[in-house]
Every structure is written in C-alpha cells, then in structure tokens.
Design a protein around this ligand. Structure first.
Ligand SMILES: Nc1ncnc2c1ncn2[C@@H]1O[C@H](COP(=O)(O)OP(=O)(O)O)[C@@H](O)[C@H]1O
Ligand SMILES: Cc1cn([C@H]2C[C@H](O)[C@@H](COP(=O)(O)OP(=O)(O)O)O2)c(=O)[nH]c1=O
Length: 218
C-alpha cells in the first residue's frame, strides 16, 4: 500500500506556541521516515508572501477594510492550496500548516465580527475540499501567551497593530471563536493544553498525531 498524505493545521492565539510545535512535530515525523512540508499563513508561496507584506504593512495608513483583509487572507490561501498543499498531499507528504482556515473564522469572523456565513463562503473558494485531516488548537490563558510574546520581544502582531482600538476584547472574541470551532467539530479539531513546557506540549501533540500517521502508511 502506498503512503497517503496527511494535512495537519495548527491554530491558536499569538504566542500559544504554534511555530515552536510545528518545527518539533516536523522533526519527529522526519525521524519516523515521513516526508514533511511545513508552511505558514498568510504566506507560504511567493505570491502569498507578497500578500503577507501588504497585510503586515498596511497598518501604516489604517485604511484596510475588514472585507479586504478577509479576501487577502484567502487569496494567499487559494495560492498556497493549489501551489503547495494539494501537490504535496498527492505526493504522499505530510503537510503541517501554521494557521489555516480556522484562523479566518476566529479572527475575521468572531474577532472582526464579519458575517460567519459570508466568511465561510470566501474560505470555500480558497480551499475547496482541501480541508485538514487534523487541527491542533493550542489553548493557553491570555496572560501566558502575553508573557511568552514579551519574552520573545515580539513586535506586536500585525492584526493588533492595524486595529485602532487594539483592545483585549478583540482577542477574547478570537479565543471564544476558537472554542466554538472546536466544539462544533470535535473529531477534526483537538484542543491541546499548551500552557505547559515545550516538551509537555510536544508529547500531547504526538499522542494525537502518532495514531493518525500510523494509519496512513508505514
Ligand atoms: N511551552 C512553552 N513554554 C514557554 N515558552 C514557549 C513555549 N512554547 C513556545 N514558547 C516561546 O514563546 C514564544 C512564542 O512561541 P511561538 O512558537 O512563536 O508561538 P506562535 O507561533 O503561536 O505565535 C517563543 O519565544 C517561544 O520560544
Ligand atoms: C491566516 C490568518 C491569520 N490572521 C492573523 C493572525 C495573526 O495575528 C496574523 C499572523 O501573524 P503571525 O506573525 O504569523 O502570527 P503568529 O505569531 O500567531 O503565528 O494574521 C488572520 O487574522 N486571519 C487569517 O486567516
């Protein structure tokens, strides 16, 4: 039997540890002999990275409409799905994506307050039936992610930069959105307690991923 591709996405608020855990999971899977492709959103292709730049720097004029933001996120996604994700899956690779469609539902839908049905229709144009096999939602209390971001000395996330009323309420709505997404689709979306050490979180993720990988070959 041939080895089948697997599409795994990572979701969660800024500073929840997604980028750290994507890299660690990629390492574990490669040690297991699987071919792994790591991508991030927005971005992940030359066109997508240009769009990311636009999204990141348009805060300078505070002019971007939320619908524009929605469409740009999904323009980047449409390109990534067709240029990278589908070919990689067809070749039997495991694709790990640092944020995907659920980010749009959480940020543009719940966070910005755009109509959820409209948001879903736009996402559908971008992804078609290329939906993740598994989504790991890294859940941390807001004070933990804030502390991690301070430790990273991160520049503020660009969505927050562009938000004129950069308030905690926006991020509370995003977190609530993620909870609703997880509750609505518990089979695909697995909530990971990401407040522990890097190794603890890594082990919790591996417990979810290993059985799935074993099922898809090798
Ligand atoms: N479990 C953890 N405990 C403590 N610090 C962490 C943990 N996971 C990640 N970090 C650190 O927190 C910061 C944010 O992590 P990162 O992986 O970039 O998160 P995200 O991609 O979700 O924004 C980084 O400096 C990272 O080294
Ligand atoms: C993919 C995606 C990201 N975003 C936002 C979430 C983040 O604030 C930002 C991505 O910035 P990034 O620096 O990659 O965030 P992180 O540190 O969490 O990985 O874009 C959306 O609002 N909608 C989307 O569909």
């Amino acid at each position: 039997m041939g080895v089948k591709g697997l599409f795994i996405t990572f979701e969660g608020t800024e500073g929840s540890g997604k980028t750290t855990q994507v890299a660690l999971l990629a390492q574990s899977l490669r040690e297991w002999g699987r071919r792994v492709r790591v991508v991030r959103e927005p971005g992940g292709t030359p066109i997508g990275e240009e769009i990311r730049h636009t999204l990141k720097h348009s805060h300078q004029n505070h002019a971007m409409a939320w619908e524009t933001e929605l469409l740009l996120m999904n323009a980047s996604r449409a390109q990534l799905v067709r240029e990278v994700i589908r070919p990689a899956l067809a070749a039997g690779e495991i694709v790990l994506c640092d944020r995907f469609a659920d980010s749009t539902i959480a940020y543009q839908g719940y966070g910005r307050g755009l109509d959820l049905e409209m948001v879903r229709r736009v996402i559908e144009v971008a992804v078609g039936d290329t939906w993740p096999d598994l989504t790991l939602l890294l859940r941390v209390p807001p004070e933990v992610s804030a502390e991690r971001l301070r430790a990273r000395q991160a520049t503020l996330p660009f969505v927050r930069d562009r938000m004129e009323e950069a308030d905690a309420a926006f991020f509370e709505r995003v977190a609530r959105g993620y909870e609703a997404i997880a509750a609505a689709d518990p089979k695909r979306v697995r909530v990971i307690d990401a407040s522990g050490s890097v190794e603890e979180v890594r082990a919790a993720i591996w417990r979810e991923v290993a059985p799935l990988v074993a099922l898809t070959g090798r």
